[in-house]
Structures are given as C-alpha cells and as structure tokens.
Design a protein around this ligand. Structure first.
Ligand SMILES: *[C@@H]1O[C@H](CO)[C@@H](O)[C@H](O)[C@H]1NC(C)=O
Ligand SMILES: *[C@@H]1O[C@H](CO)[C@@H](O)[C@H](O)[C@H]1NC(C)=O
Ligand SMILES: *[C@@H]1O[C@H](CO)[C@@H](O)[C@H](O)[C@H]1NC(C)=O
Ligand SMILES: *[C@@H]1O[C@H](CO)[C@@H](O)[C@H](O)[C@H]1NC(C)=O
Ligand SMILES: *[C@@H]1O[C@H](CO)[C@@H](O)[C@H](O)[C@H]1NC(C)=O
Length: 479
C-alpha cells in the first residue's frame, strides 16, 4: 500500500516543476492552459488506480482507530492547559511571525477575502455585522443581495464549510452559490463559527490562549449558530429562514437541536446540506484514517506548539499553502485534495489562487479530533470524549452523552457526494434516517463530487442546482 501511495507523488513532483511560478492573478489562465493537457494525458491515468485502491486501507485503518486512544486521558488533564504549554506555544507563535515576515517579503500573500467586499466587486450589495456570543466570541456576519430585486423571496443562511469561513461559497466568483442565490432574489447571509477568520476575536480571551481554542462543533451548534440565527431573524423579520451548507453545517445543526430542541429550530423553515456530518464511522480516506489513528499525537503537538490551535492560518503554514496551491503549482493541490478526499475531477484548480487566500483555515485541535473520534464507529455521534477523568469534570459522567439526531424535526434535504471518501454516502444516509420523520424531506447522491468539490466545483450547476431547485420548489409548495 505504501508503494502504491508513493507512486502518486511522482506526477505531483513532476507537475510541481512544470507548473512553474506564476506571479499574479492575471496569469492564472495561461497556467491552466499549460497544465490542462498534462492533467488529462499523464496524471489522471496514473492517479486513478491509486485513488481507487486508497479507500480500502483507509477503511481498515479507520476501523482500528477507535482502539488507539492511549495517551488521551493523560493528555487532556496534564497537557492541555498549563503554563508550560502556554510558554512553548508563545515561542512558536513568535518564531512563526518572524519567519512569515521574511517569507512575505519574497512571496507576499494577498489579504483575506471579505465576502461583503468581494460581492460589491461583482455588483452586489454587501453588508457586514458582528454578533457577540454569550461567551465573548465576536463573529462576523455578512449579507449579500442583488441590487435589482424589488423584493426578496426568502432569507438563506450559509454557515462555513470545514477548514473554511464565511467566504466558503464565493470561491468560484460568478458561479458561486452565494451569487446564484442572490441573482435569484434571495436575501443571503453568511455566518461564522468561532476560530475561523472573522471569528478569531474574543472579548475575554486572546487567540493565543488555549482557552480560546477549547471548542468543537458542540459550541458552534449550541452557541454560535443560535446567536446568529436570532440576529438574522431579527434583522430580516423572518422566522422562515432557509439553511444551506456543507459538512460541519450539518453537525452544528444537529447539536443545536439536540441542546435547544425547538427554541431556535423554529426560526428555520427548511435545510439543504451537502455531505452533512452526523455519523462519520465509515470514513475511508487513507489520509484521514491515519490521522484518526494519530489523534493523540495531534493533541500533544497542538498543546505544546500552538495553544491547541489546528493552526492552518499560522502565518508560515498559510504562506506555504498559499504559495504552493495559489501561486506555484495549483495542480499539486488538485492531487492532494483527491488523495485526501476522494477521486474526482470536480476540483476547479484555476480558482485555487483565490480560495487559498481564505482556506485552509484554522480550527481547534479538539474540533478536528472530534470528527476523528467518530472514525470506525458506525452510527456514533456523541459529545467529545475527553477521557474518563476529564469527562467527569466537564460532564459529571465518565462517558460522553450521545447526540439525539431525532431532535431535528425541520425538513432536511441531504445531498451525499458519491466520490467522497470522508463523509461517505452510507453515513449520510444513516444520519438522514436517524432524523425525526418530519425532517426526512429528501436524500440524493450527487455521484461525481468529493468533499472538497462544494468549495470549488467545475460543474457548479450540477452541485448547487439540485439544492436551489428544491428550495424554489419548497417555496411554491410544488414537490
Ligand atoms: C500560571 O502562572 C500564573 C502566574 O504567572 C499562576 O497564577 C497560575 O496559577 C499558573 N497556572 C498553572 C496552571 O500553573
Ligand atoms: C510573542 O508572543 C506573545 C504571546 O503570544 C505575544 O503577546 C507577543 O506579542 C509576541 N511577540 C511578537 C513579537 O510577536
Ligand atoms: C467586526 O469585528 C472585527 C474584529 O474586531 C473588526 O475588524 C470589524 O471592523 C468589525 N466589523 C463591524 C461591522 O463592526
Ligand atoms: C414583521 O413581521 C410581522 C408579521 O409577519 C409584521 O406584523 C410586522 O409588522 C413586521 N415588522 C417589521 C418591522 O417589518
Ligand atoms: C453528578 O451526577 C450524580 C449522579 O448522576 C448526581 O447525584 C450529582 O448531583 C451530579 N452532580 C452535579 C454537580 O451535577
């Protein structure tokens, strides 16, 4: 298996050289022209058999991962929050700021995309607000509307996709989900989960403290989502919000409803979700299954070096990612995303220079490990398992409580992505079946996409079209 995988890196190395440096956005098209024939002729035939084999070891490794939490109980109480880890993390933070300063002089990284300003550039009206949660996180909320609509048909709320932020659904310019909705006279709201860009400010905590990064999808669902739904509902005077998103938007929704029942769910009229994550037990991506095996190592490394931040927005990491995927060799990242998320051609790599300004985004080690904890456990969705001692301290019980997926009663349309090796269709279907009967509106598989495709699809109509058509049918009452 190792040998098979190393084959996959040969075209990457080759294409890294061929890709060559492109210095500005204006040159992106010519880069694409050079590389397209190579993608078709050389790389795909080599990679296809590799990617087809990868899920098999991935599923085996995944099945083993629930048995590997060896250090965890010790780590959680001993390592996570003390002055030693704060000190070592401060040093790493300072050093990386210095390295990034030097790197930026040679290969400058452009500023982050702000969704309201990007929308204005394309002729839409953009607005920006901040919502402060009960525990002090300041979360950016953005509104995008067409300037030519006499009235708006419905309010659509879009939470960020995983390791991304409020800009998630503007990454392919005009064809993006946000602008498609806005052109059809929907009132579109982009929201933020703590830890991502536009959510790195807290009135009480610095983002260089481990307390700031002590969160996972439970906090997104039980605190961040309610605060912002309430805000949007008040701003728009609507209690018939539509909720549309991907992967973690599903996790947050399920947590919100488990914790709050109807309290905030009553603000929603329907939801439309691409590869929503409730259950994740059948994950078969070799890369993520291996990470699931190594999650204790992630925990220790995160505590010692970066205040428990899964620090993809650390200036050095961001610079490397931006320069590799956005400037030097987008095609290399095209293959990386296939190895991580499943074999597909639905990755629009000419847009990587744009997407790489905002993603991959930071989250907490706990948020990442939360998903990894589910790998290999079929039909398992519970609170984070900190180990018996820490569970007792936090939950007053030694094992974490299960999430009641049936607490979700709002009509849900789920779209599994057929080429996804992370959130595989069978897990999405199992989650859909666990919803309350009133919530099971529709389930459909979109075969050609993997879990990265919703950010940057090639055939954008193929992935966003079904959700938008169903939303419009729901509005008119036609099934
Ligand atoms: C960390 O150091 C501060 C003083 O610098 C002290 O008040 C605090 O108790 C220490 N915390 C731990 C967990 O040792
Ligand atoms: C070094 O790290 C500390 C703690 O994160 C921070 O307060 C300080 O501003 C940093 N110094 C520099 C030069 O980045
Ligand atoms: C929201 O908060 C961020 C971070 O504090 C700030 O940069 C931004 O200007 C604020 N936006 C608004 C509309 O207040
Ligand atoms: C909000 O909606 C309610 C009922 O739909 C209506 O009675 C009320 O006037 C509206 N308020 C505003 C400020 O538009
Ligand atoms: C913890 O759980 C025990 C038994 O379930 C219960 O008797 C006790 O009151 C709980 N303590 C707190 C602080 O909730």
């Amino acid at each position: 298996m190792l040998r098979t995988e190393s084959w996959a890196w040969m075209p990457l190395a080759l294409l890294f050289l061929v890709g060559g440096p492109s210095t500005s956005n204006g040159q992106q098209e010519s880069v694409t022209d050079i590389l397209n024939p190579i993608v078709e002729a050389v790389a795909n035939p080599i990679l296809e058999p590799v990617a087809a084999l990868a899920p098999i070891p991935g599923a085996l490794i995944g099945a083993a991962s629930p048995f590997t939490s060896i250090l965890n109980p010790l780590l959680q109480s001993a390592l996570l929050q003390n002055n030693v880890t704060q000190f070592s993390s401060d040093i790493v933070t300072n050093l990386s700021a210095l390295v990034a300063l030097l790197a930026n002089a040679a290969l400058p990284v452009p500023p982050y995309l702000r969704p309201d300003l990007e929308a204005e550039k394309l002729g839409f009206a953009g607005e920006n607000y901040n919502v402060t949660t009960s525990d002090g996180y300041v979360l950016g909320v953005f509104r995008v509307r067409s300037r030519t609509c006499a009235s708006y048909r419905a309010v659509v709320v879009l939470p960020p996709g995983i390791l991304s932020n409020a800009a998630t659904f503007i990454y392919i310019k005009e064809n993006s989900l946000v602008y498609r909705l806005a052109r059809r006279c929907f009132d579109v709201w982009l929201i933020t989960f703590r830890g991502y860009l536009f959510g790195r400010e807290n009135l009480l905590l610095s983002d260089t403290s481990s307390e700031f990064w002590d969160f996972y999808a439970y906090h997104w669902g039980s605190i961040d989502l309610p605060a912002q739904l309430k805000f949007v509902s008040e701003k728009t005077n609507s209690t018939r919000l539509r909720y549309m998103g991907m992967d973690q938007a599903g996790t947050a929704l399920l947590f919100m409803n488990h914790v709050h029942g109807q309290r905030y769910q009553r603000l929603l009229a329907s939801t439309y979700l691409l590869a929503p994550i409730g259950y994740l037990g059948r994950l078969s991506s070799t890369a993520f299954a291996t990470l699931a095996l190594l999650r204790d190592v992630l925990t220790a490394a995160g505590a010692l070096t970066l205040h428990n931040e899964f620090a993809l927005m650390n200036p050095v990491v961001h610079s490397v990612f931006y320069n590799l995927c956005g400037r030097i060799s987008p095609i290399t990242c095209y293959y990386l995303f296939q190895l991580l998320g499943g074999q597909t051609r639905e990755l629009n790599y000419p847009f990587f220079y744009y997407i790489a300004r905002n993603t991959l985004d930071s989250t907490s080690i706990t948020a990442f490990n939360y998903y990894l904890q589910q790998v290999g456990k079929i039909k398992y969705m519970a609170y984070f398992d900190y180990g018996p001692t820490e569970n007792m301290r936090r939950y007053n019980r030694t094992t974490p409580e299960n999430v009641n997926i049936a607490a979700t009663t709002v009509p849900c349309s789920f779209y599994a992505l057929g080429s996804d090796t992370v959130t595989v269709p069978q897990d999405v279907l199992d989650t859909w079946n666990a919803l309350a009967p009133s919530a099971r509106s529709s389930y459909e598989v979109l075969p050609n996409y993997n879990g990265v495709s919703p950010f940057v699809p090639v055939n954008s109509e193929g992935i966003y079209g079904p959700m938008i058509r169903r939303l419009e049918a729901d509005l008119t009452g036609i099934p």
